[in-house]
Write a protein that binds this ligand. Structure first.
Ligand SMILES: [Zn+2]
Length: 290
């Protein structure tokens, strides 16, 4: 009974939180947050056919009926890695380092951030200190992957030819500052088109979305990739940690890999960094099932 009460409480509070997501001071440049939790999964119908067509467990299955599968530790996906948010990134890295979590963290880099507004200011080639910092992080286990090219509005909701050109520019620019061999691609604002998907696949990149990955061979892999720190207030930290751990537990039992998405410029607000600290503390203290 106690457990049921707890679940009801979590549902209630998470619904309240969902209503508070859209803050007036959130950056207008994109809507990249994805913070539906497993609690809302049964009502979450986007791309349901996609999930069901790829041999996934029926979302209505009782968790007790599923075989117990080893829980992979969560991976952290850091979006919007650009010199524009250097200070904020350092704060995030400090916490990840404290928990020795670098080898399970991916930095999604924007090769030249938002030229329509800033010109060449945030082009990696003009920011050598930031580039050395990224190399230093890479040497310590952080992975460097691609988050678009210029991160302009719905950048990869475009034609095949445009997507190809943007990928060419992105990989060329990254190559010129010493980064290559990419395997993942996170499209800005999750925006894609059928044509751009084709062109990204030809680059042999796996496309990262909130609920699934599109592998280079075109198959769909079910994942859980959500963000719990979109402008959360200080007093929301503990409930957000509880919800994230609950989701990790649910998805782990269903054999679905768990990814924690964060934005450096957003997580520094309110209780965000404290969330990360507490979440990693809990995850590191857990026994991994074998
Ligand atoms: Zn982004």
């Amino acid at each position: 009974m106690k457990f049921r009460f707890f679940i009801a409480l979590v549902i209630l509070i998470s619904l309240l939180c969902l209503g508070m997501i859209h803050r007036e001071n959130s950056p207008p440049m994109e809507y990249e947050v994805s913070n539906v939790t497993t609690l809302g999964y049964e009502n979450y119908s986007i791309d349901k056919e996609l999930f069901l067509s790829s041999n996934l467990p029926d979302p209505n299955t009782h968790l007790e009926e599923l075989p117990s599968i080893a829980y992979e530790k969560p991976m952290i996906f850091i979006h919007d890695v650009t010199p524009r948010y250097f200070k904020e990134l350092r704060k995030v890295v400090k916490i990840i380092d404290r928990h020795n979590y670098s080898s399970r963290t991916v930095l999604f880099v924007i090769p030249r951030f938002d030229p329509p507004h800033y010109g060449d200011k945030w082009d990696l080639r003009n920011n050598p200190h930031f580039v050395s910092y990224l190399h230093e992080l890479q040497a310590r286990g952080y992975r460097i992957e691609l988050h678009g090219y210029e991160h302009i509005f719905h950048e990869f909701n475009c034609s095949y030819v445009t997507a190809r050109e943007r990928l060419e520019n992105a990989t060329f620019l990254m190559g010129s500052v010493g980064f290559g061999n990419f395997t993942l691609f996170l499209p800005p604002a999750w925006a894609l088109s059928n044509e751009s998907i084709e062109s990204i696949k030809e680059y042999n990149l796996t496309i990262v979305m909130p609920d699934y990955f599109i592998l280079p061979n075109g198959s769909i892999m079910r994942v859980w990739n959500h963000e719990y720190t979109w402008y959360i207030e200080r007093n929301e930290t503990d409930i957000r940690v509880l919800i994230a751990l609950h989701d990790y537990n649910q998805t782990g039992r269903a054999g679905i890999p768990f990814y924690l998405s964060i934005h450096p410029q957003v997580i520094v607000y309110g209780g965000g960094l404290e969330f990360l600290d507490k979440f990693l503390n809990n995850v590191n203290g857990m026994q991994i099932r074998s």
